[in-house]
Design a protein around this ligand. Structure first.
Ligand code: NAD
Ligand code: UDP
Length: 322
């Protein structure tokens, strides 16, 4: 039977961590979803439970090449997101950010689709304004190890706004802050996945630097809800808009919390885990916290999942893998 009420929605990067949750949400809302992914960091098991759904389709495709499909909306999430993954092949990271954005904007222009870009808090670099508001232009090193990602995403934002001004495209730009939850890649080197995997294995918890740098962690369900609200917002609201949980933690606090929580889940090796300090990677931002006033006002969005609650679900997921 044809789905008459839903939209045809493309999710690039749909087999990744956030993308797979987004596909699930959109199918649940009654839409047809085309997941476009080259499986660079995404995994088939992230989407395996959706493939029997007649409204879900998977296309193995690299968005650095043009894509010819018909659709009403595009969520552009394709890009490696963890520092370990995006620094593995930095030239490819810039290519997917820039060429990928051009191709998806070209698709949106041809089929007159609305398009949302998964941008990042990294556009603020090592911020001198705290908490970060959308009108802050950032403090980004253009030639460092993180630049392929930071500058790639900044250029993608530029392209989105030029297509908006030049071609009157309907665009949405979300600046996503650190997000965590089930289906993160266990080897992506991000802090939440690293700490949980280390604690589950009874290994040392590797805190980079002295652990005083801060991050604010958003649970994936909250983030996905923000993305959908942004896509559904009136056409005159383009963003950029910060999406993240504003509760800020030091990395040392996170390490201690993960050790405590994994131990309380009665993992046999957890109590053996101790914090060890390792060198801080270059250009590692010292503090990061979103100001979400705009998202609250324009989208009625406010994250609801507290870190402890989200960590329980994430620990359960990772323990099912080990
Ligand atoms: P992820 O690595 O799990 O997902 C990215 C997906 O894109 C993967 O499935 C990967 O295979 C796919 N991909 C990569 N290059 C591609 C290409 N050339 N063509 C097609 N597919 C390609 O990462 P994630 O955490 O789910 O992040 C999703 C998006 O959100 C990214 O754009 C990322 O920059 C952005 N973001 C994420 C966070 C976070 O904390 N997770 C924070 C800020 C921004
Ligand atoms: N970090 C850490 N130990 C790890 C992994 C990361 O102390 O095993 C730190 C990292 O240096 C950074 C913060 O945790 O200060 C967040 O790192 P992540 O790679 O998750 O994302 P970022 O926000 O830096 O892109």
């Amino acid at each position: 039977m044809k789905n008459l009420s839903g939209k045809r929605i493309v999710v690039t990067g749909g087999a990744g961590f956030i993308g797979s949750h987004l596909c699930e949400r959109l199918l649940g809302d009654g839409h047809e979803v085309l997941c476009v992914d080259n499986f660079y960091t995404g995994r088939r098991q992230n989407i395996a439970h959706m493939v029997s759904n007649p409204y879900f389709e998977v296309l193995r495709h690299d968005i650095c090449f043009p894509l010819y499909v018909e659709c009403d909306e595009i969520y552009n999430l394709a890009c490696p997101a963890s520092p370990v993954h995006y620094q593995f092949d930095p030239v490819q990271t810039t290519k997917v950010s820039v060429h990928g954005a051009i191709n998806m904007l070209g698709l949106a222009k041809r089929v007159k689709a609305k398009i949302l870009q998964a941008s990042t808090s990294e556009v603020y670099g090592d911020p001198k304004v705290h908490p970060q508001t959308e009108d802050y232009w950032g403090n980004v090193n253009p030639i460092g190890l993180r630049s392929c990602y930071d500058e790639g995403k900044r250029c993608a934002e530029t392209l989105f706004f030029d297509y908006f001004r030049q071609h009157r495209l309907r665009i949405k730009v979300a600046r996503i802050f650190n997000t965590y939850g089930p289906r993160m890649h266990p080897n992506d080197g991000r802090v939440v996945s690293n700490f949980i995997m280390q604690a589950l294995r009874g290994e040392e918890i590797t805190v980079y630097g002295d652990g005083s740098q801060t991050r604010s962690f958003c649970y994936v369900d909250d983030l996905v809800d923000g993305l959908v609200r942004l896509m559904d917002s009136p056409d005159d609201f383009t963003g950029p808009v910060n999406l993240g949980n504003p509760v800020e933690f030091t990395i040392l606090q996170l390490a201690e919390l993960v050790i405590k929580m994994v131990a309380s889940c009665l993992m046999p090796h957890a109590s053996r885990s101790k914090v060890v300090f390792k060198p801080l990677p270059s250009d590692d931002p010292t503090q990061r916290q979103p100001d979400i006033t705009l998202a609250k006002k324009k989208l009625g969005w406010d994250p609801t999942v507290q870190l402890e609650k989200g960590l329980v679900k994430t620990i359960e997921y990772f323990s099912s893998l080990t």
